[in-house]
Ligand binder design. Structure first.
Ligand SMILES: [Zn+2]
Length: 253
């Protein structure tokens, strides 16, 4: 009788333990991921899979330029003829008055930027949009100007090569403040407006694309003024992990 009772007790304890283990796994990863943990890993590693092709000169050309999560950097070029189809003007103050292409952003990014500016205003901060969309041709003339002023090598350090500017996606915007005289300089990161952007942009789906501690990954200097729209989920994850878009997408150099 005692033996049977002991066996029953062990059985009950084991049952409770298994139940606890299963429950904690479920709460950590969710039902789908519990059943397919391998697939989850593969998907994460392959977020950039098959998103470029090589052109005749051996450059990687981006195949998914309309993707909100498109990755543009020194190794991934936008097609020279890529122009977003849904460019609109965000309802925010600009640092200039003219109707220029740099006033435009893709529709979703424009709407979320308006909300971001409203959020800053509610915290008594005044932001100004300085530069949004930039066509391949504009980037080309900026780049060529720099080359003629200095050298190709110098220009490549200071200005994005045509096709490699994130501004061509219509998902990037440079922002400044009165304190900065509406200029785009590193000190912006220390101002109230710059700090607010670092802490709040993700709530509206934006990230600081070129963080100070990720220069070795982005290969761009710190740009506290350059916001990139990636959508709320990605922005939240990038913010919470203090990572870069390259790291989030699993980009390997
Ligand atoms: Zn920029």
């Amino acid at each position: 009788m005692k033996k049977a009772l002991k066996q029953f007790a062990i059985f009950v304890v084991m049952g409770i333990a298994i139940n606890m283990i299963v429950k904690s796994s479920f709460s950590k990863r969710g039902l789908d991921n519990l059943n397919q943990p391998k697939q989850e890993t593969i998907q994460e590693e392959n977020m950039l899979k098959d998103t470029t092709f090589k052109d005749e000169e051996g450059r990687n050309i981006i195949k998914n330029p309309d993707d909100i999560l498109v990755l543009v950097n020194k190794e991934r070029n936008l097609p020279s003829d890529y122009e977003p189809e849904d460019l609109t003007i965000p309802e925010v103050p600009f640092s200039f008055d003219e109707d220029l292409e740099k006033r435009y952003l893709r529709k979703e990014a424009a709407e979320k930027l308006s909300l971001l500016f409203q959020g800053a205003k509610e915290d008594d901060l005044e932001l100004f949009a300085v530069s949004g969309y930039r066509s391949f041709n504009t980037q080309e003339s900026i780049f060529n100007n720099k080359v003629s002023q200095s050298s190709l090598e110098e220009a490549e350090k200071l200005v994005a090569t045509p096709g490699q500017s994130e501004h061509q996606t219509g998902l990037a915007i440079d922002v400044s403040s009165r304190e900065m005289n509406l200029l785009l300089e590193e000190d912006f990161g220390q101002t109230e407006e710059g700090i607010w952007l670092q802490e709040n942009s993700h709530k509206y789906g934006f990230i600081i694309r070129y963080p100070e501690d990720k220069v070795h990954i982005t290969l761009y200097n710190y740009e506290p003024w350059h916001l990139r729209y990636v959508g709320e989920n990605a922005a939240k994850e990038i913010y919470e992990n203090s990572s870069s878009l390259e790291e989030y997408l699993g980009f390997k150099q």
